[in-house]
Design a binder for this molecule. Structure first.
Ligand SMILES: Nc1nc2c(ncn2[C@@H]2O[C@H](COP(=O)(O)OP(=O)(O)OP(=O)(O)O)[C@@H](O)[C@H]2O)c(=O)[nH]1
Ligand SMILES: [Mg+2]
Length: 248
C-alpha cells in the first residue's frame, strides 16, 4: 500500500473494542490512527493513551472537552488530520462494524476518486447480524436521502470512508450543522455539490458485539430533517451570509 493514511475514529464508551481495532489497523504499513474521544466514562481515553504509548508515532489521541457529539468530534479530528503529512484521511467507527482488513481496498480506490465510500449497498457489499428492523431502517433511510437530495451514492449513511486529503481540505468544515450521524450525509452532499469524484467499494458491515449503540431518537429526528435542510439551504445561502458580513 503506497499512499499514507490517517484514520480518524470517534469514540464514546468503546473501551472493549479499541484495542482490537487498533491491532487490525497497525497491521497495515503507512496507516496511522487518530482517536477522538469525548471523555468516555468507561475510560476509553486511557486505553487509547496506552495504545499510543505502544505504537509511538502511529497513534494520536484527541481528548475533547467541549460539548459531546459525533459530528463535532469528526470536525475536530479532521482539522487535526488536515495538518498531518498524509495523502488520505479515513473515517471509521470504533465498534468493529468496519473491518480494518478492508481498508487497503478503500485507500487504493482513492487513486481514481476524491471520496471512497465503504458501501453495504453495492454488489459484493453485505451486512452481518443485523435484525430485520435495523436492515429496513437503513434501507429506507438511504432511499429517503437519495430521493430528497438526488445523491447517486447507494450507501449515504456508512461511516467507513476515505478522502483524498486535498479534497477534504476543500470542504467548509466550520459550516457543518448536523451533529449526529446526519453529519455523514451532510459531508457527502457538500462534497458532491463541490464536484468531488465519489466511488463506492463494497464492505461487509458487522453488528457490534461489545458496547452500546448511541443512536437516539434525537439523532433519528435530525436524520429525517437534514436532507430537506440540505436542499433548501445549499451553500448559496451560507455564501450570501458570508459576503454580507464581509462587506460590513
Ligand atoms: N467522540 C464521539 N464518538 C461518538 C459519539 N457518538 C458515537 N460515537 C462513536 O461513533 C461511532 C459510531 O457510533 P455507534 O453507536 O456505533 O453508531 P452506529 O454504528 O450508527 O449504530 P450501531 O449500528 O447501533 O452500532 C462509534 O465509534 C462511537 O463510539 C460521540 O458523541 N462522541
Ligand atoms: Mg456502530
Amino acid at each position: 500500500m503506497s499512499r499514507s493514511a490517517l484514520v480518524v475514529i470517534p469514540t464514546y464508551n468503546e473501551r472493549a473494542n479499541v484495542p482490537t481495532l487498533v491491532a487490525g489497523l497497525m497491521a497495515h504499513e503507512n496507516v496511522r490512527v487518530l482517536i477522538v474521544d469525548d471523555q468516555s466514562p468507561d475510560g476509553t481515553g486511557t486505553v487509547a493513551e496506552e495504545l499510543a504509548a505502544q505504537h509511538p508515532n502511529r497513534i494520536m489521541v484527541l481528548h475533547r472537552t467541549g460539548k459531546r457529539g459525533f459530528g463535532r468530534s469528526y470536525i475536530d479530528g479532521m482539522r487535526l488530520a488536515l495538518n498531518e503529512p498524509v495523502d488520505v484521511v479515513c473515517q471509521m467507527d470504533a465498534d468493529l462494524s468496519h473491518d480494518p482488513r478492508q481498508l487497503p481496498d478503500l485507500i487504493a480506490a482513492t487513486d481514481h476518486a476524491d471520496v471512497v465510500i465503504g458501501s453495504r449497498y453495492v454488489p459484493g457489499g453485505a451486512i452481518l447480524n443485523w435484525p430485520m428492523k435495523r436492515r429496513v431502517l437503513s434501507r429506507v433511510a438511504n432511499i429517503y436521502i437519495r430521493t430528497v437530495t438526488r445523491l447517486s451514492v447507494r450507501d449515504c449513511t456508512t461511516g467507513y470512508r476515505c478522502w483524498r486529503k486535498t479534497a477534504l481540505a476543500t470542504l467548509p468544515l466550520d459550516q457543518f450543522i448536523s451533529d449526529g450521524y446526519s453529519f455523514l450525509v451532510e459531508m457527502l452532499f457538500i462534497a458532491a455539490r463541490r464536484g468531488c469524484r465519489i466511488t463506492e467499494v463494497p464492505i461487509t458491515f458487522v453488528e457490534r458485539r461489545e458496547g452500546e449503540s448511541k443512536v437516539s431518537r434525537a439523532v433519528l429526528l435530525e436524520s429525517a430533517i437534514t436532507p430537506w435542510r440540505l436542499i433548501s439551504n445549499p451553500e448559496s445561502s451560507r455564501k450570501a451570509r458570508r459576503s454580507e458580513s464581509s462587506t460590513d
